[in-house]
Design a protein around this ligand. Sequence first.
Ligand code: GLC
Ligand code: CA
Length: 576
Amino acid sequence: MFLASNCNNPSPGSPPQPGKAWWKEAVVYQIYPRSFQDSNGDGVGDLQGILQRLDYIKSLGVDVVWLNPIYQSPNDDNGYDISDYRAIMPEMGTMEDFDALLAGMHQRGIKLVMDLVVNHCSDEHEWFKQSRSSRDNPYRDYFHWWPAEKGAPPKRWSFFDEEENAWRFDSTTNAYYLHYFSRKQPDLNWENPKVRQEVYDLMKFWLDKGVDGFRMDVIPFISKDTAFPPLPAEYNGNFVAYYAKGPRLHEYLQEMNREVLSRYDVMTVGEGAGVSIEDALLYVDENRGELQTFFQFDIAGWGRRADNFLLPDPHNRRLPDLKAIFTKWDKVFENKGWGTVYLGNHDQSRMVSRYGNDAPPYRETSAKMLHTLLLTQRATPYIYYGDELGMTNIRFTDIADYRDLQTINTYNRLKQEGGNLQEFMEGQAEVSRDNGRTPMQWNAGTNAGFTSVTPWIKVNPNLTIINTEAQEKDPNSVLHYFRRMIQLRKAEPALVYGKYELIDAENPEVYSYTRSLDGKDFLVALSFSTEGGRTIIPDGFKAGEIRINNLEKSPVQGGAIVLEPYQAVVLELHKQ
Ligand code: GLC
Ligand code: CA
């Protein structure tokens, strides 16, 4: 059964079809506002900059924009440390700019999804200033405090802390506060009903302005066992999974849905850090009234070391493993819930450098191949700004070029501990989040047309060859292919809703699968190799029309599909 809140059909008046929803059919474009377009010459992207580029965004064919946080923030973690949830950070512009941006998007039929960061706020938020001022302050229980007279608190790991310690001693009240992220990101205490009410109120503030949904930052972490028992042994080495299993998490998500989300026609996507496939439906089974979708992390773990996600692992790059990840996540949502698919975002390095091949002979072909993958899965696709051009990792070698606190704090810690800095720096060149945060490349001019002054983070020097202006002129560009791929998805409901079936699971070079709906069948065949590769047309079918091909040459050879390096095709199939 579909809950009323989830029956979000695009055309008002027509009865919702069970299982269908606008947010399942949408293609989402993610913008990192600091890096998209600077409009006022301070080197930082801003809301007016996005406003100037709305026609470009519309031209892509995307339906929804997700904006990383633009709220008031001291920017310890680029806006993920919020000091006022109802104000715009001055670097981004004003509330008038925001209203104009929202109106401009809606005029063009584009929806806007905001980032909701409520596991933690900034230590400069008024709530925390009050909370830390005395033990009997009314805001004391807005955060998690551990009085020092109880001794040192049980170990909790922090993602960004210089000492990896999630407890920070605060001398004013002789107590430690909890911060899963940086010292400037204290965790909110969701056990306090007042905190939950504050969150619901601020969500309504933005929804009443007309925003179309939320991407919920580390939402699985909001509930904590406030007795803070020692970390159970089975989570040693995987504290993230522990953080995602708080005792009252699903109670809170259901309350949030009841109090807020169910009253609006909006989309929700949780950042599913630590969420296991076994728990997936707890979040998105329609009957439970929690979220619609979340981002799974298995795909981001591929190519990384299992024991340390800050280091790449060349041995963990088997294509059959990647296929297995997509396939098992398709399966879990076969009858209930709905998935998402992404290959890049502001926490990851660039898609083409990571899953494709950014060496000059393969860069464009492999970027197109990855777009073919993203836009033919049975899940809502998220495309990160710049990936429509095939932007690549910048691969900084000097620590001074990095801006991300995760890289910088880890570097400082390793330096202090006498750790392996060379291994770390080589690893960061591949996996640092800053690879995905360099400015959008608009043209071949100074700073790629992003800004007229020195940008907050360096522009990739390959701006001269990778930029929108050049790609607009070239009908074979990644950009034009991306647009054609979106049109194909929109023309064929089978590519959105159709059954997904993996073919040739162990093939080390080719990822191929079929998508089928209402008697229409498609074969998607993707080469992930400099050797090309071959696969087969499944039994009972013969090749029909090639609907899209990232190279000129047809790969169809009778019952076989013979692909050039990184070739991708979507082939219509006919029953034999
Ligand atoms: C999420 C965000 C990331 C941020 C962190 C803390 O993982 O995507 O960018 O640093 O949460 O808010
Ligand atoms: Ca600016």
